[in-house]
Ligand binder design. Structure first.
Ligand SMILES: CC(C)(COP(=O)(O)OP(=O)(O)OC[C@H]1O[C@@H](n2cnc3c(N)ncnc32)[C@H](O)[C@@H]1OP(=O)(O)O)[C@@H](O)C(=O)NCCC(=O)NCCS
Length: 170
């Protein structure tokens, strides 16, 4: 299993994995729109025997009053159904963190399953003083400091890239 940055020739495979994992194409459409508009755009694939079997995307978020803090959102991530529960998702998340650190990102947020993301260091974002722009339960909006202490004293509402609002997804 190889985790690497996406290449143009991966785009169809990425769409296939996301659509299969979510059972619909909406998230793949969001990824395509973000590829055009979000910067920086950290898009990694898991490749197995020449095929894309997993994908993860990180795009920048803004935090009113967050000063120079550089923060990203993890969304979406997907692993092809027959490759799930083998550690592919974990490898994508952890490699993604390395790429974000190289870009000077200090923290990551995610809206997701509270039973999955804490294993990577995520915990409830409201404990850091962060609120979601979306009306989601407190336990699904999580944050992870890439630089320990990066979120100390930070308070505010995290806004995802406008593409997410326009498509009513997160
Ligand atoms: C979520 C997802 C990316 C995880 O990928 P993966 O390669 O199966 O994950 P890993 O192998 O690293 O981790 C497996 C663990 O995650 C758990 N897990 C997988 N999907 C989960 C889910 N939807 N909710 C809670 N836990 C989940 C498994 O139970 C397993 O737990 P364990 O290690 O305690 O046994 C994959 O299941 C997927 O594509 N799901 C559909 C799309 C989706 O929901 N994406 C996330 C929201 S953006």
């Amino acid at each position: 299993m190889l985790i690497r940055e996406e290449k143009p020739e991966d785009i169809a495979g990425i769409r296939g994995v996301i659509s299969a994992a979510f059972g619909r194409p909406a998230e793949a459409d969001i990824v395509d729109a973000l590829r055009q508009r979000a910067q920086p755009f950290v898009s990694l694939v898991a490749e197995h025997e020449g095929e894309v079997v997993g994908h993860i995307l990180f795009t920048p978020v803004t935090l009113a009053g967050g000063g120079d803090l550089k923060m990203a959102a993890l969304a979406p991530m997907a692993v092809a159904p027959k490759y799930q529960v083998r550690g592919v998702g974990a490898a994508l998340v952890l490699t993604g963190f390395e790429h974000l650190r190289l870009l000077g990102m200090s923290a990551v947020v995610v809206i997701g399953h509270p039973s999955y993301y804490p294993r990577f260091g995520f915990s409830q974002a409201d404990a850091f003083g962060l609120k979601s722009e979306y009306n989601v339960p407190d336990d699904v909006f999580m944050a992870c400091e890439l630089d320990p202490g990066a979120l100390a004293g930070v308070i505010g509402t995290v806004s995802y890239h406008p593409v997410f609002r326009e498509t009513q997804q997160h």
